[in-house]
Design a protein around this ligand. Structure first.
Ligand code: KG4
Ligand code: ZN
Length: 372
């Protein structure tokens, strides 16, 4: 579990009020539940992954995902309450992922959260899933202070933001076609790897030999910050077919392609992220979202950041992929600023740029007091 994580005692208080917020994440194939306390940090969290359920289909089946959330959500909430040694009466609000995500899956979290908030007569807030990812490094002891540049790399998004504060996300670069995680998943499929492809491909890449095969680095020198990975996926397909045609598509060749693919993605992400830092004259970089769990990416970013005198912040591994803790944290940040949302609706598509800023009480200056 993340450490005490409490912001009281840092240069400025992030939270003027002590609250405990229950966070519920059901946007895709993970049911994540957590309890975040603004004084004591993360009290408890739990996650149920549906990997085994979807593995036979090679990807997430939306209807199966919704049904599994229905089955798991209440026992998981009870488990988190037990772990935290508290009861639902003691919570001060409920936060749930309102979008983006799978409509049916989102509706499960939204219904349970709304019902709980209504029954307990406590505030309810719908959280943007990507805001959860963006702010997930704030769950760590060593957190970045605002402003920072954020690279968000998940299954559905590859985006670069200049983050001035909570809710103040200036989009610098966006996903033009396949997102980084999606490209990992599709390349993995071409290499005959099981779902979920990203971690499986990263594992295979460890046996690869560098420079044996060559793939493109799409848009690496482009004068903008947008990302396009669908051409890279097609290049993997062409390479695999060529190796098969030549009778050379053995285990070693698959590993070589995996390593070259992983290196190509990391090269592009690093080039754009560090260029964004230079352009914004900023020295703090956050890398969030599932692809941020990739160890080669982490090692490469840490090395390059050190050489440039930049600090790079990753969420703890448990909070890199989808989880309830990041939703509880954002819920706390918004509920303490008076945000309430009792409307029962989900937003399967939801641009992050439509969020309202939280600018009160110096929240933006509070985290860890770092000036590097
Ligand atoms: O953030 P996330 O858990 O869910 C979304 O909001 O999309 O990201 C999931 C994505 C998947 O595409 C998965 O293959 C990728 O993150 N991923 C990885 C790794 N772990 C997860 N990609 C590369 N290397 C990893 N170790
Ligand atoms: Zn996610």
């Amino acid at each position: 579990m993340a450490g005490s994580g409490c912001w009281i005692g840092s240069r400025k208080k992030a939270f003027e009020v002590k609250v405990q917020i229950l966070g519920i994440e059901t946007s895709c194939d993970e049911t994540g539940i957590a309890l975040y306390d603004t004084e004591r940090g993360l009290r408890a969290h739990t996650l149920h992954s549906q990997i085994a359920l979807h593995a036979a289909y090679g990807g997430v089946v939306p209807e199966l995902a919704s049904r599994d959330h229905v089955r798991r959500i209440v026992p998981l909430i009870e488990a988190v309450m037990r772990e935290a040694g508290t009861t639902l009466d003691a919570i001060d609000g409920v936060a749930y992922t309102q979008g983006p995500g799978l409509a049916g899956a989102l509706l499960v979290g939204a219904s349970v959260a709304s019902a709980l908030a209504m029954a307990l007569d406590k505030p309810l807030v719908g959280v943007h899933h990507l805001e959860g990812h963006l702010l997930s490094p704030l769950l760590s002891e060593d957190k970045p202070s605002f402003p920072f540049v954020a690279l968000l790399v998940s299954g559905g998004h590859s985006q670069l933001f200049f983050v001035r504060g909570v809710g103040q996300y200036e989009l610098l670069g966006d996903t033009l076609d396949d997102a980084a995680g999606e490209a990992f998943d599709k390349a993995a499929q071409l290499l005959g790897l099981p779902y979920p492809g990203g971690p499986a491909l990263a594992q295979l890449a460890r046996d690869g030999r560098a420079g044996v095969v060559r793939l493109p680095r799409p848009l690496i020198d482009a004068p903008h910050f947008h990302f396009s990975f669908s051409g890279l996926k097609t290049a993997v397909l062409t390479l695999v077919r060529q190796l098969q045609h030549e009778g050379r598509f053995n285990d070693q060749a698959r590993a070589d392609v995996a390593l070259e693919f992983e290196t190509a993605v990391v090269d592009v992400l690093a080039a754009k992220a560090f260029k964004a830092l230079r352009q914004t004259h900023n020295k703090r970089l956050v890398v969030a979202g599932g692809v941020g769990a990739n160890q080669s990416l982490r090692a490469r970013f840490v090395k390059e950041a050190a050489a440039l005198g930049v600090r790079v912040y990753f969420p703890e591994m448990a909070f890199c992929t989808d989880n309830g803790a990041m939703i509880a944290l954002v819920g706390a940040l918004r509920i303490t600023e008076g945000v309430r949302d009792y409307a029962f609706h989900v937003r399967p598509r939801w641009p992050l740029s439509e969020l309202t800023a939280v600018v009160e009480k110096g929240v933006g200056d509070a985290c860890c007091g770092s000036t590097t």
